[in-house]
Design a protein around this ligand. Sequence first.
Ligand SMILES: O=C(O)c1ccc(O)c(O)c1
Length: 259
Amino acid sequence: MSGLDDIFVPGASTRGGVMLPHYPVPEGVHPPLDSPGYRSTALRHPDEALVALPQRLNEVTGPALGEDVIREDDNDLTKNHGGTGEPQGQRVIVHGRVLEEDGRPVPNTLVEVWQANAAGRYAHQWDTWPAPLDPNFTGVGRMMTDDDGRYRFTTIRPGAYPWRNHPNAWRPAHIHFSLFGRAFTQRLVTQMYFPDDPLFFQDPIYNSVPDENARRRMVSRFDYEQTQDHWALAFEFDIVLRGPDASIFEDDEADDDDE
Ligand SMILES: O=C(O)c1ccc(O)c(O)c1
C-alpha cells in the first residue's frame, strides 16, 4: 500500500495523555484509497503523496463533547424523533464495546449512529429515491460509552437501498458509526453490517476491504442472549481502534462527501 502504512492512523489513541506511535495497518485490511469498483473513490483519492501533520496539544485536548449534551432518549431511535408514534420496521438492540488494540475499554467516548429507515430511505434532502419516508424515524442517535467501553442503542433494522455505483447496485443494510475517540481530531467513521446479508457479493464498499477476516469485522453478530421477548432482536458489534484486529475505518476524504 505505497507509503500509506507509515502515516495512516486508523484510530490514533493516547495512553496517559501521550500519543502512541502509529500502528502499521496490516496488508489487505484497509481498502486502497482508489478502489475502482467503488466508483466515487476515483474523485476522492489523493493524487499526491500524503503529508503527515503532527498533532499539537490543543488538537488532542479539545473540544471534547461531554455527557451533559446527551439526552435520555438519544440512544433510542424508535423514540428520539420527538413524536409519539413507533417507526415501521423490526425493532433491534445494537450493543458492543469500543476497545483499544490490547482490549482495554475506551470509556466516556461519544458514539454517533445514522442509518436509513426500514424501507432503505434516509431522512435527508439528498435521498430522493421512491421509498417511503417514516414520520416516526429520523435515523440518528448518539450515546457515550460507559466505564467498560460499552454502548447500546435501540433502533429498527435498516433496509437496503439502491445507488448509482453500477447497474442494479444495492447497499447491504448498514448502520453508520462515528467515534470521537479522546479528541475531535481523532474522529473515526465506520459501517456496521448485519450477518449473512445476501447483498455482500455485489457491494464494492464492503468488498473494497481485501482481507476476508477484516471484512467480517464489519459484520455484527446476532446476539440471542440480548434479545428481548416480544420486543426486540439484538446484534453485537465491537469496535477496535487500532492494532491487528482493528475495525475498518473510512478515510477522511471519503468521509467529507458522505451522506
Ligand atoms: O461513499 C459513497 O459514495 C457512499 C454511497 C452510498 C453509501 O451508502 C455510503 O455509505 C457511501
